[in-house]
Ligand binder design. Structure first.
Ligand SMILES: NC(=O)c1ccc[n+]([C@@H]2O[C@H](COP(=O)([O-])OP(=O)(O)OC[C@H]3O[C@@H](n4cnc5c(N)ncnc54)[C@H](O)[C@@H]3O)[C@@H](O)[C@H]2O)c1
Length: 354
């Protein structure tokens, strides 16, 4: 796929269908007239030139996770009431995962669900947050504690947005892209290895294909398991370790992407240690993450605290933490693990295992 190419696919999720459109340039956007458009202060300047004749309401949030709160949701709902929107009118979220999660949550509440269009503008939101129906906001000091399942009616993936995305955010999203490469038995992993430099340089010719391939993995997983009763849990590869690292380093110090990349390597070490994971594959995974510039070894890790934080993770079942492990590319399963094995792999470096 080259720059300027427009692709379209229709994805059916139990009772919902999402039209996914891919194109290269921001100027191709056309917003519905009667709509509430939600964005943030970093993204708004990118779309402002397209809004000259827009007659709906525009809400520009401050950037960042702290805006994912009830006050922002009511601001969006109030705007919809003031405009007199009906169920067939639209809410449009255009921004990173904070904006897409929040707009989708508000859309799911308004008149028990109005039309929802999402334009994810960060890499993380394009390949992960904006597809799959999970909406929400933070509550009571916890992330994503309140929310709903409400897939977008339309999802627009526009690669040009990535050009202005700060490098830290781009790299963070890349951890999820690479994770999709490991989860899929398709060609994404080869594509990432072969086009590493062009991807790092945000080559527009590569980005369209990259986004299509990476999002297709999430689409395939979610289409099979919307409510996370089975394979959708595989998307948490590296996340149990990663969330624990984020939690003990007080959210914000280690980026989510850095934590996930580190977590994926811990899952590889654990799988090799327990005799499940092919060593050559674990090396391949680690090398690719290293090549993308992720820090995979952390000195002076507070291992007891990490293990304790993992036990608090909301994904534990019957008091036992289940880890997403892999035998090899595309061969993923979940497994409960003893503390002594966790302690062992966290106290040793990947070179000690493979
Ligand atoms: N619903 C889901 O399934 C799901 C999955 C993963 C993550 N999430 C949620 O996504 C959120 C994280 O998303 P995020 O990483 O996109 O964070 P974010 O929305 O805070 O965006 C990151 C930063 O990049 C800026 N930005 C976004 N696009 C830009 C662009 N094109 N140019 C310049 N700056 C741009 C934003 O203003 C912000 O400062 C979290 O709240 C997380 O809970 C949801």
């Amino acid at each position: 796929m080259g720059a300027g190419v427009c692709m379209e696919q229709l994805v059916e999720l139990v009772g919902f269908s999402t039209k996914v459109k891919y194109y290269s340039q921001i100027k191709e956007i056309g917003f519905p007239e009667r709509s509430v458009l939600v964005s943030d202060q970093n993204v708004y300047p990118l779309i402002a030139p397209l809004l000259d004749s827009f007659e709906g309401k525009v809400i520009v949030l401050a950037a960042g996770e702290k805006e994912k709160n009830w006050e922002s949701v009511t601001t969006v709902l109030d705007a919809a009431f003031e405009l007199g929107l009906g169920r067939d009118d639209h809410m449009v979220g255009i921004g990173g995962g904070v904006v897409t999660d929040l707009t989708a949550f508000a859309a799911s509440l308004y008149m028990r669900g109005c039309r929802l269009i999402l334009y994810p503008t960060s890499l993380l939101a394009m390949v992960d947050a904006a597809f799959g129906g999970k909406t929400g906001m933070n509550y009571g000091g916890y992330k994503n504690m309140v929310g709903s399942f409400y897939p977008a009616h339309e999802l627009h993936i526009i690669s040009e947005f990535l050009q202005s995305l700060p490098n830290r955010e781009y790299k963070g999203g890349m951890a999820e892209v690479v994770k999709h490469g490991f989860l899929s038995s398709g060609e994404l992993l080869d594509f990432l290895e072969e086009n590493l430099e062009a991807i790092q340089n945000k080559d527009p010719h590569i980005l369209d294909s990259l986004l299509y391939e990476a999002l297709s993995v999430k689409i395939a997983v979610v289409s099979e398991d919307l409510r996370e009763s089975g394979v959708r849990a595989h998307l948490n590869l590296g996340h149990t370790f990663g969330h624990a690292l984020e939690a003990i380093s007080q959210f914000g110090l280690v980026s989510h992407g850095e934590a996930v990349a580190w977590g994926i390597v811990q899952a590889m070490k654990l799988g090799v240690h327990l005799g499940y994971t092919n060593k050559t594959y674990a090396q391949r995974v680690t090398k690719l993450l290293e090549n993308f510039g992720f820090d995979l070894e952390i000195d002076n890790l507070a291992i007891d605290q990490i293990i304790m934080a993992m036990k608090k993770d909301k994904k534990q079942k019957a008091g036992q933490v289940r880890f997403v492990l892999q035998k090899s590319q595309g061969q993923t399963f979940t497994q409960a693990v003893d503390d002594k094995d966790l302690f062992h792999i966290l106290s040793n470096r990947f070179h000690d295992f493979y």
